[in-house]
Design a protein around this ligand. Structure first.
Ligand code: SDX
Length: 380
């Protein structure tokens, strides 16, 4: 008896590798990074420490951490080739595309496969942060500001963007956002980077593959799309009618739904709790988006919760991004900066037992047939 072949469209429910980097407990709505609840990491750790945790699957000792921070902060400095590329293109392309261009530049002449190349992994995370900040600074008329060795990763990210050391609270909010976006198993972008890495393409080119997959509005692009969605709805009163119209047209509400979570995304809960601390300091635009988002959540859940479709991390993060002064077209790029930690960790982990990723397709086309010369082909 020939076994019927099953096609798993979108690899839904398919396990493609083993990994020790994160566990998504979708039943109880808990996300763990190498065994640590991300809620506890947000409260007690830092993005810099989480990068170490991702690369080594354990927390650093204090001497290890000191060495690690020296490498990370040294790697944040940009070279002329980066700065000139940013000056040339920052005004004529979107932030994410330029980010991908720059990380591809970083991989020039390199090949992949070294699962112990922690220096390259740290360099990639560091460079992505500096690329992000410098692109934004140049887009708004400024020029490259070298990172300061005495500032943390989130502090430098805002310092290199704005030219001034950020407030403690802005740096802490950014640190929390970077931790929350660092890793999430094998979403489309991480899978894309693993597909590239599995051919032994270099680490940086594999990150570029991840960036370009993250861009889509079904994935990382949803954060910018959900902010634009709230602005286009325009008022709380319009939410019910907008939701009904959107769903009746079988369109998607940005910031809702998830392939793995069929309950409220635990990261969204953490972001909402952080927002609650800053209610008093919202400007009018952000306050309006906040009110609309609250109404959207309430009304959207009425229609979608019964189908396991709940808000995800991208529904609420735009409000925090805007509150710390990030431009509305930079959210996906910040997501990419943070997720570089997960991408490089998965790539190094996968290279330990590399296997070229090459799935099959079930052929449903024409049966074998003979070639007919043009002159004999009758009909239209
Ligand atoms: C991220 O995977 C990750 O871990 C990703 C991420 C990470 O950290 O890396 O968590 C980050 O990408 C979060 C998701 C951000 N995307 C969005 O907010 C965009 C809107 N969401 C949807 O496009 C959707 O929910 C997906 C893409 C996230 C998940 O889609 P699936 O699992 O492929 O499910 P589907 O599109 O087949 O939907 C199943 C049904 C469909 O209805 P039917 O055709 O069966 O009638 O649910 C409906 C969908 O129409 N549906 C929605 C919906 N999401 C699913 N309907 C309205 N609004 C939505 N948002």
């Amino acid at each position: 008896l020939v076994q019927p072949i099953s096609v798993f469209k979108g690899l839904e429910g398919v396990y493609v590798t083993e990994s020790a980097l994160s566990l998504i407990d979708s039943e109880n709505g808990v996300l763990y990074y190498a065994g640590y609840d991300v809620k506890e990491l947000v409260e007690r750790s830092s993005f810099e420490e989480v990068v170490f945790l991702m690369l080594h699957q354990r927390l650093p000792t204090s001497s290890e951490f000191t060495e690690f921070l020296k490498l990370l902060r040294r790697s944040q400095e940009l070279e002329p080739i980066h700065i000139e590329t940013i000056r040339k293109y920052a005004g004529v392309t979107d932030i994410l595309s330029l980010l991908a261009m720059l990380i591809v530049l970083e991989g020039r002449g390199k090949i992949g496969g070294n699962s112990n190349d922690f220096n390259a992994a740290v360099n990639a995370v560091a460079k992505m942060g500096s690329f992000f900040s410098t692109i934004i600074r140049v887009r708004y008329g400024g020029d490259y500001i070298p990172p300061r060795r005495d500032l943390s990763f989130p502090e430098n990210l805002l310092y290199m963007m704005n030219g001034e050391v950020p407030s403690r609270e802005h740096a802490d909010v950014l640190d929390d956002l970077l931790i929350l976006h660092a890793e999430h198993g094998i979403p489309a972008s991480t899978f894309a980077s693993l597909v590239a890495a599995s051919t032994l393409s270099d680490l940086y080119s594999s990150i570029a593959a991840g960036i370009l997959a993250l861009k889509g509005p079904l994935h990382g692009g949803a954060s910018e799309a959900s902010y634009a969605q709230a602005l286009s709805i325009g008022s709380v009163e319009k939410v019910p009618e907008w939701v009904q119209l959107t769903l009746s047209e079988k369109k998607k509400i940005m910031g809702f739904g998830h392939r793995v979570y069929k309950i409220y995304d635990p990261r969204a809960t953490i972001v909402k709790n952080i927002i609650a601390r800053f209610m008093g300091s919202m400007n009018s635009e952000v306050k309006k988006v906040y009110e609309i988002t609250r109404a959207l959540e309430e009304y959207g859940e009425k229609y979608l919760a019964s189908r396991g479709i709940y808000p995800n991390v991208d529904l609420w993060t735009p409000i925090l991004y805007r509150m710390i002064g990030l431009p509305a077209d930079s959210f996906t790029a910040l997501f990419a900066v943070s997720r570089t930690a997960g991408w490089v960790a998965h790539i190094l982990e996968y290279w330990r037992e590399n296997k070229l990723i090459r799935p099959l397709h079930l052929y449903v086309g024409e049966r074998p047939r003979k070639y007919i010369p043009l002159e004999l082909r009758t009909g239209s």
